[in-house]
Structures are given as C-alpha cells and as structure tokens.
Design a protein around this ligand. Sequence first.
Ligand SMILES: [Mn+2]
Length: 472
Amino acid sequence: MSATATATGPAATPNRPPPDASLRDYLVTNADIVTRVTKPVRIEDIGALSAQSDQPILFENIVEKPGFRLCDILGKTRRAQARALGVAPEDYLKTLAFRLRQPPRGFKSVRSGPVKEIVKTGADVDWRSLPIPRHKDADAAPYVTAMNVIRDPETGFYNSCHAGTYAVDARRGLISFVTPHSHVIMNKYRAMGRDKMPIAFVFGIPPAYEIMANFSGLHMDMWGELEMVGTIMDRDVEMVACETIDLTVPAQAEIVAEGFVNLRDKFRVGEVTSPSMYHLPHSEEVPEVEITAICMRADRPIYRNHQTCPDTDHQPLPRLCHEAVLYNRLSEIGVKVKDVRFPTWGGALSCVLQFDYPREGFVNDALMTAMGAPWLNTKLVVAISPDTDIDDAAAVYHAIATRVDPARDVFIVPHTRGSPYDPAGRPIEGQPPFRTVGKMGIDATRKARHDPADFERAWPVNWGKVRLEDFL
Ligand SMILES: [Mn+2]
C-alpha cells in the first residue's frame, strides 16, 4: 500500500463527510435529488409512478397505509450512487473498486436503536400491514423486495441479498433466493440437522447497504456482505439483537421483519419478474418463510420498495459491485478505465466498458474479461472510448454504427452459461431454469489502427455551453 492510500481510498473525494447512518437522514441531506410526493397516492399506483422517476422518490401520503412512507429508486443513476458513498460522481466507481479490496470493518454492537421503537410479536404480527405493493398485473400477492440477512452457521458471517418474497399471508411469505450463496448456507443448516433458518428482512437503510448486499463473488470464507457495509461507507454500522431469532440487524433501519425459512418444503410460485423485464422463469419452487416479529420506528417508518419493472433499481443495484470488480480486473490488464456500466436499458444482460488503451490487442482482452465474468449478465459487451456518452443509449448505438467494422470488430462465443432470465437462451432440458446462450463482444472504440482524427466528432460552436432553456 502506498504512503497515501487509506481505507477511505486514494480516489475518495476530499473533504466530504461519510454518508448518513440512517435512510431518513440521508433523504434530508440529499433532498436536492429526492422527489417528494405529498399528494395522496393509492398503493396500486406506486409502482407505475416510481418507475417514471430516475431519482430517489418518497411517497409521504399513501391512501391505504397512512402511518407509513415509501421510497424507491435510491440507486439508479451515477449521481445517486455517488451520494450513497459520499463521493463525487466521477470518483464513485474507483472508490467502490478500491474499498471492495479492503478488509471488512465489521459491526458495532449496540443495545438498542430507533428500529426498536415499536416491537410486535406473536399474534400482533401481520406484515401485510406494511405498504407492500404488487409489482405487476401477474403478481398474485404483494411482493417484498427488501434486503435480507442470513448468517452462515459455519463462519458466522452475515450474507445479504434481496430475495423477492410474496407476502401471501399475515405471517407467511414465499421467498425466491436466486443467489448461490443463500443456497450454500441453507444446505449448511440442513447438514447440521436444522429444519429452519433465521432470516431478517431489513427495510429502509442507506443505499450503500443495498449496493453491498448485492455483492456477488468470492468472499464466503473472508466476510459476509454486511460486514463490508461499514467499509464501503467509511463509517461504523450499528447492529442490534433481534427479538425472536438469533441474529443482529441494523439499529438505524426503518423496519425489520424477523422470521424463519422452512428448509424442508417447497411451494410453487408463478411469473417471476426478471431483471430482463420479462415474466421469467414462468414458475419456480421456493421455500416458505414464517414471520415472527416486526420492529420499526414510531414516526412514519419508511418502507423501502424496489419496483422490479420496467427499468428501475432492479437492473443497476444488483450489478454495481460487478462494475467495481470489472473496474479492478480491467485495470489489471493495463487499460485506463473511465467507466463500466450495466445500463438499465440492457435488461441486465449487457455491459458497456469505457476505457482508453495504449495499442492494438487490448480491446479484445478487455471484452473477453467481461464476457468471462462469473455472473450471467455479460451476454453482450460493448467497448467504447471516453468520448462516447455512456449515459446515452443513442450515443453508444452511434459508436457501434460508426466505429465498428463487423468483419473484424465483433466476435461471438457460442454455448456459454445463459441467464435464466434471457428469453433468447436455450433452456437446458430437465434442468430448469438453466439455459445456454452465446456471447458477443463489440469493439466500438476509436481504432488504434486509424488516424485518430477520423474519430473526432463534429460539434456546433459553443456546444454544451449555451442552453436552449435559458433563451425560452
Ligand atoms: Mn454472498
């Protein structure tokens, strides 16, 4: 480590405080990017309204649930993601990439916290009292998308993800774990002879928790996602004991639902909402969860919803750590990375790499690195140069149209692991929901083989300096 590197990271923006410890403080601090809806809104309209916003949105007046607020879209744009880490947007990716390479900060144990202001157990528990929306017409029940916490019984580490859960009854849910680690951990409990596993659903925490909760990669013998939240936030994370299960949870959360996952039986649910924005898979067999307690703040607790369709937090949030991991791997090759993006408009199946490179040969290695990633989200990988606007789908398309010779700048790899959410993937017979699919790499960068002047774009005089709105 160099003399100047710290746990905060050499890339962190100077003189910025770490992000707030609680979601409600975070929403106040970042009020300039939060859309507050104070008019009455019916719960069935919340999904369609949330999905029209690119920035954080807070509903303060829910017709059917007057005691609650609801927020969504906390992490869709780079601007919001940067706020989650407390850095400038241009420093966001390299800061997350650096902090993910640091050791876990762990937890600070506290005896109580705001989430304990109201505690309900036994027959008082009904999680349908929370403002849980249905996400699409085909949902048979309200759909919970909160961060959940489970503990690895072998290592004690806290693994987190966002397993979508249908709230089918007062104290019953049907939970779809899509991440492999949850299944590894459930099997450890089964191997110990246990027939149920403690789980906590955590609603309303600062968005850095959710960025980290969606980490996917090697870590299970080193730390759990939750032990790393303090590392990427550069502040302590306070944890408080649960009421009915042997777990601790973030003391600053808005709402926590405690319970157990039934490790014996499976139940059928239909029409999953995939991040590719289809109803895939059409059905799955999932475990049930029994809710045993609800703890929450007393003053209008904020329910966190992640509307799952169309393009919402559902596409970027689970891939933000992928971007940081790819930033590290591409940097190792020796390219100068400006950004890595799983754009919401790519249906969680496509990745855009933005970098400069010293000479020929680097781009295909960079593309192969991304295409060979552990996750099933890199079917279509496009490399662009720093002068293409990565936030603009039309600009990326323009680069593909004008900077690609299809005969030499595109390559296809057949028969790789496909996403269960990719309707173009070929289902593997007898092994649902698994599929195979090919992958495509596209080099849409400025070509090292040509005169660099050929790739200079033509722009109007004073482009980007004068704005039409100032003349209206
Ligand atoms: Mn994990």
